[in-house]
Design a protein around this ligand. Structure first.
Ligand SMILES: CC(C)(COP(=O)(O)OP(=O)(O)OC[C@H]1O[C@@H](n2cnc3c(N)ncnc32)[C@H](O)[C@@H]1OP(=O)(O)O)[C@@H](O)C(=O)NCCC(=O)NCCS
Length: 240
């Protein structure tokens, strides 16, 4: 398997087509609440899909965007799309005020639990997040949050001021359309009206419960995880 990181403008249509296939076949399925005129999802149990064209618009929306991919025989079996954005109001001693955001993470169902997600996120962190004060992700899957926490070397923030500050400057289109945000000591989630089935996420949550601070998301909502990068380990440790 081959890992590489590609900047947005260099991502070919052929690669994006492969990324679209991977997402559409392996991300997840719509929940029973999805197929209503207001929720705009697909039929319950049918795969959540994203075309290459939609990926260009929704995931490669500015010059900071890119993707880390894991290729097997030239085809993506794992992908981590990302972007960075700036926090004008966050003061940091070294002057670095960028946040790295993971906009999509998916690994082929037959290739999970082999450390692919962690390796992809490490690639992103090594390339971008060294200039950043934090890494973030919105996902209904606790495993995604765990993988981000592991690579960032910290735990998700539930500091309301910090979370709201980061969220208010987030450049990701589907998060800018979010209709609600809750942050407390035991919950941090955003209402993105994304009605993907949560069964896998709930199953994972059962395993993680004792170390989990983000609560339990309702349908249509996603966990909002922001991890400070001050404890970033050396890349050998991250990849080890
Ligand atoms: C989330 C996802 C990207 C993880 O990919 P992966 O390559 O299997 O993840 P990794 O092997 O790098 O593991 C990441 C961490 O999660 C843990 N993990 C992964 N799958 C796990 C499982 N089924 N049970 C317990 N732990 C698991 C790993 O042990 C690792 O934790 P650690 O670093 O503390 O050991 C993958 O499961 C996926 O694509 N899921 C579907 C996408 C999605 O989010 N859908 C929405 C459903 S709600």
């Amino acid at each position: 398997m081959e890992y590489c990181l590609i900047e947005g403008p260099d991502i070919s249509d052929a690669l994006l087509e492969g990324c679209s296939q991977l997402f559409s076949q392996h991300y997840g399925v719509w929940s029973s609440a999805a197929a209503t005129p207001t929720h705009c999802g697909g039929k319950a149990g049918s795969p959540v899909e994203m075309s290459a064209q939609q990926m260009r618009v929704q995931l490669l929306f500015d010059e900071t965007c890119g993707v880390a991919v894991c290729l097997s025989n030239g085809l993506p079996v794992g992908q981590a799309f990302f972007c960075t954005f700036t926090l004008p109001a966050l003061h940091d001693d070294d002057g670095s005020r960028n946040v790295c955001w993971i906009t999509q993470l998916v690994v082929h169902a037959d290739r999970r639990r082999q450390g692919i997600a962690v390796k992809l996120l490490s690639l992103v962190v090594d390339s971008r997040a060294r200039d950043c004060v934090a890494v973030g992700v919105a996902s209904c899957n606790p495993t995604t949050v765990r993988a981000v926490e592991r690579v960032a070397g910290g735990v998700s923030e539930v500091d309301e001021g910090l979370v709201r500050e980061v969220f208010s400057h987030c450049s990701v289109p589907h998060l800018k359309r979010a209709t609600d945000l809750v942050v407390s000591e035991c919950e941090c989630a955003v209402n993105t009206n994304f009605f993907v089935d949560h069964l896998e996420g709930l199953f994972m949550l059962e395993k993680l419960k004792c170390q989990w601070v983000l609560g339990v998301v309702r349908e249509g909502w996603e966990y909002l995880s922001i991890v400070r990068l001050s404890n970033l380990p050396e890349s050998e440790e991250v990849n080890g």
